[in-house]
Design a protein around this ligand. Structure first.
Ligand SMILES: [Zn+2]
Length: 87
């Protein structure tokens, strides 16, 4: 890896990312939560339900965490029936 910035692809978009943007870097993205700098656009998928997501790494983490929480809840619903934790 060199320090040269010539090879690095910059993504000009701040929304509406697709496959062509994966691997590019978003230099700056301003949201209501804060300003994100130098994020990569990534393509991730949920290994449980196969949903997928293309976007900034921060949002990809939220996607994966959200699915993990949902599927853990679903699993708990099924497993909880016999132990009195659900109505
Ligand atoms: Zn899922």
């Amino acid at each position: 890896m060199s320090q040269g910035q010539n090879n690095e692809l910059v993504c000009e978009k701040t929304e509406d990312w697709d496959e062509d943007d994966v691997g590019k870097r978003i230099v700056k993205r301003v949201t209501s939560n804060g300003t994100y700098l130098n994020e990569l656009v990534v393509h991730v998928f949920c290994s449980i339900c196969a949903a997928s997501f293309i976007g900034p790494s921060r949002e990809a983490g939220g996607f994966l965490g959200g699915h993990e929480c949902l599927h853990a809840w679903e699993f708990g619903q099924v497993m909880g029936r016999d132990d009195g934790l659900t109505e």
